[in-house]
Design a protein around this ligand. Sequence first.
Ligand SMILES: [Zn+2]
Length: 245
Amino acid sequence: MKLRFVLPILALLSAVVVTPAAAAEADPVTAADACYTWGRTLSQGASGEDVRQLQIRVAGYPGYGGVLGLDGQFGPATKAAVTRFQQAYGLGADGIAGSATFTKLYALQDNDCTPVNFSYDELNNCNSDWSGGNVSAATARANALVSMWKLQAMRHAMGDRPIDVNGGFRSVACNNAVGGATGSRHLYGDAVDLGAGPQGFCALAKQARNHGFSEILGPGYTGHNDHVHVAHRSSRFWSAPSCGI
Ligand SMILES: [Zn+2]
């Protein structure tokens, strides 16, 4: 009688004990992540949606003045970005995205695919559905996600101290309400306005040059003495004269 109870209990206990250990030993390439799971090692020459997902997450590592293309083609620039990401986190820096790289990316992302230290909410204090800008709501949200991964890289490079985000996406109505420029990148979702935080405006503006922001506006540029604006645009425009930029 007793044995009949004990054995199932033992079986249950062993199942409970064994499962986490087995999960920890599983190949991280095949381990499921709530946001996105890579199913193969990625290296130069690879292409596909899994490459594009990787590019989004290493978009903050293009090198000084660079902007990584998010085209799903694993070329030399993607290899260089992966290498810089690996170096930033003390991983073997071979430019090949395998278990160690994916494990680090899984640890850095929330279930909604935003990097752990940034959220959709803080990049949109205009409305709740990302509508009414110059692009579709889905595009605005996707653009904001890329900017968040760039900020995550920048945050890490600056000692992992919090970065003060004052807002991002604006609908046309929100942009008009704050007197934003007609073609403001805030209407596209990729612009983010930063407070001084512990880093200070000029340190933020200077560091942003290394993390894929082709638009940087800061102290000394009209209307930007009280924040640093970082965004994506087709051709580089950096201006923060008071910071030597
Ligand atoms: Zn701005």
